[in-house]
Design a protein around this ligand. Sequence first.
Ligand code: LLP
Length: 439
Amino acid sequence: PGSAHRDDDGTLVLGGVTATELAQTYGTPLYVVDEAEVRTHAQRTVAAFRAAAAPHGVAVRVYYAGKAFLCTEIVRWTAEADMSLDVCSGGELEVALVGGADPARIGFHGNNKSVAELTRAVEVGVGTVIVDSPIEIERLAAIADRAGAVQNVLLRVNSGVHAETHEFLATAHEDQKFGFAMDAAPAAVARIRELRSLSFQGLHCHIGSQIFGVAGFAESASRLVDLHAQLLEGGPIPLLNLGGGFGIAYTPADDPTPIEDLAAGIVDAVARECEVRGIPMPDLAFEPGRAIVGQAGVTLYEAGTVKPVELDEGRRRLYVSVDGGMSDNARPALYGADYCARIASRVSGAPPALARVVGKHCESGDIVVDQEYLPADVAPGDLLAVPATGAYCFSLASAYNYLTRPAVVAVRDGAARVIVRGQTIADLLHADVGAEGNA
Ligand code: LLP
């Protein structure tokens, strides 16, 4: 992360605290999050979109997508950066509320929100529900009606653009579970407009995640503005929400577009499309998750064993096993995601050796970093730091093999504090009815 550096003995320093001290105090594996860096990314992202929108005279709401990493502290940090909050389950909604989020600034997503979840959302006054299916429109309308409320909604559509990293694909037919097909949207919007307990605010579209360039967003904006213009025949539409997906660097090879340039490119694309069609530009909303927290997180592990495996032509690979793995970072196993690793507890003059950092789970796909060059003297007891683990690691964590989920420690200005306690075996056994009283 931004504030990371090495101290005089070569120990990695995060938010002013050495990795060695963090590991000694809190144990490993450990999720470390740099508070100043989350706040900076949040402020910078909000500022980037506001600056991009200002010349066009429209407002922008930037929602933090809580699925990337949610706890009450993050709710506070992002709110203090003037972000709204996107949740996608009743559980995330409760964390948001406990964290003090303003319900009016919450957007509620999901393709299968339950009656209980929708009822709770209406009851607490969630600002926007992003509706995802015809059944949900009727369900939500009935709930809001009973509560005597008028619920603001966005309609999630598939623009047919699917983007990932620097590639995007435009497909005629999107065979996936989220949202409405473009050609089904007019009827759905007409139905929402008939229902007096729902108020149609605009379209929503999320084209993918870890996207590096503007092109996919611009293509999607063009299609959405087209639909938006068509729907204006039925009444004014204040908003257009273009989702999240802004990419970050996981390894030195990644080169994402700076958020200022992405924001300007996307907002200008919307403005152009509106101008071409002679329609007023709506206010905009975005929902970044990864871009806010991803690079602010580092996972610390301790190496337990180092084992050379002979490859062909006299080459060899060091298998460096750490004390966590796919339970604290499922992304390599799920998506083939790439990370990098460094020894955090010292610097070494040893030559680089081809290494694979692996976890301790009973599964050969339990990889933390598939390919890395680590000092050839990497040894048991070394602390390893894996950067850019702030997004979708804690939130995707499992207790596979009864490994307990690591604590989350926030570092800032030389001080560290636990913001989410680590799970214990007792926590896990607590749910095991047969173990009651024995744990
Ligand atoms: N808005 C909606 C409607 C979304 O579905 C998502 C992510 C976001 C915003 C935030 O996307 P972000 O800015 O974080 O890319 N587990 C995967 C990513 C799944 C993203 C799901 N939706 C991963 O670890 O790469």
